[in-house]
Design a protein around this ligand. Structure first.
Ligand code: C2E
Ligand code: MG
Ligand code: MG
Ligand code: MG
Length: 282
């Protein structure tokens, strides 16, 4: 440890590590600026009903339009934001923006059941997170049922106050989705008592369901669990009609993926809703 080596002595780090942390620090500093100068945008990806491929909801996904680096995907800056705590103001911005947009869509389109927002473990651990959500809903006159909060299994089952905040969100009437379901380390038994309405079955279980043999067995087991617990399930990362066909046959009712629509700016959604959809199945 650096400190143990004595005061006033310069510590030499691994060059790679040094570079890495410098990069992280730069990203975090840039992100602070991005937040203050409006470089963050939300894109929205359709969540569809498999029986007729109609969009019933959307997931808000953050994008960073960096003046020099171009568009940066969340996987490249959310981790840094989580480590530095910047995810808290970034997450609040995402929530506010998504609720503002959801209220507009409610007035203009009426067709969407909910807007889904990703919430990181760090945000959920902030005391008063649920109260912040409530204040944001009130600000835009949005009914809680029009908001879904997506959390990962780790965030929910790691102990701490995350679970309590989720219970509070439930009491408000906000829906809770378990994101990337199946990839975390939760015990399935905990699912029975945890305040979750919707399981988002991770893309990794959807990818190979059209292969020969028993490749769809996990996807089938997961919809069984979801049905048994009377939860809703959304299959993530559906890229082909063949996958959609298998999912419908397995009993899935909702899906999300490039086959049905990529994440898009808010202004593109009305046209998407009016455009021809991939052939419905069933
Ligand atoms: P996620 O919440 O699981 O979101 C789904 C990701 O899969 C999105 O990537 C989406 O663009 C991508 N995706 C959707 N359909 C397909 C498909 O058919 N094929 C493929 N290959 N990919 C598909 P994206 O937008 O890059 O986001 C990555 C992750 O970053 C998200 O995973 C989420 O965990 C995180 N994230 C995004 N926005 C936010 C945010 O506002 N707050 C927080 N805390 N995390 C966010
Ligand atoms: Mg998500
Ligand atoms: Mg997901
Ligand atoms: Mg995923």
């Amino acid at each position: 440890e650096a400190k143990a080596q004595g005061k006033g002595r310069r510590v030499t780090y691994e060059p790679a590590l040094d570079q890495h942390s410098a990069e992280q620090a730069r990203t975090a500093a840039d992100l602070r600026v991005a937040l203050d100068t409006g470089q963050l945008r939300l894109h929205y990806q359709p969540i569809v009903r498999l029986s007729d491929a109609q969009t019933v909801a959307v997931e808000a996904l953050v994008r960073w339009h960096h003046p020099e680096r171009g568009m940066i995907r969340p996987d490249l800056f959310i981790p840094a934001a989580e480590r530095t705590g910047l995810i808290v103001p970034v997450g609040q911005w995402v929530l506010t923006e998504a609720c503002r947009q959801a209220a507009r869509w409610r007035d203009e389109l009426g067709a969407l059941e909910y807007v889904s927002v990703n919430v990181s473990p760090r945000q959920l651990r902030e005391a008063g997170f649920a109260a912040q959500v409530q204040a944001t809903l009130l600000r835009f006159g949005l009914h809680p049922r029009h908001l879904t909060v997506e959390v990962t299994e780790t965030a929910v089952f790691d102990g701490g106050s995350g679970l309590e905040e989720l219970h509070q969100l439930k009491r408000l009437g906000v829906n809770v989705a378990l994101d990337d379901f199946g990839t975390g380390h939760s015990s399935l038994g905990l699912l029975r008592t945890c305040p979750v309405d919707l399981l988002k079955v991770d893309k990794s279980f959807i990818d190979n369901i059209t292969d020969q043999g028993e490749r769809s067995v996990i996807a089938e087991a997961l919809i069984g669990i979801s049905d048994g617990l009377r939860l809703r399930a959304v299959a993530e990362g559906v890229e082909t009609q063949a996958q959609a066909d298998v999912l419908l046959r397995l009993g899935y009712r909702y899906a999300q993926g490039y086959h049905f629509g990529r994440p898009m700016p808010a202004e593109d959604l009305p046209a998407h809703l009016n455009a021809a959809h991939p052939a419905a199945v069933g």
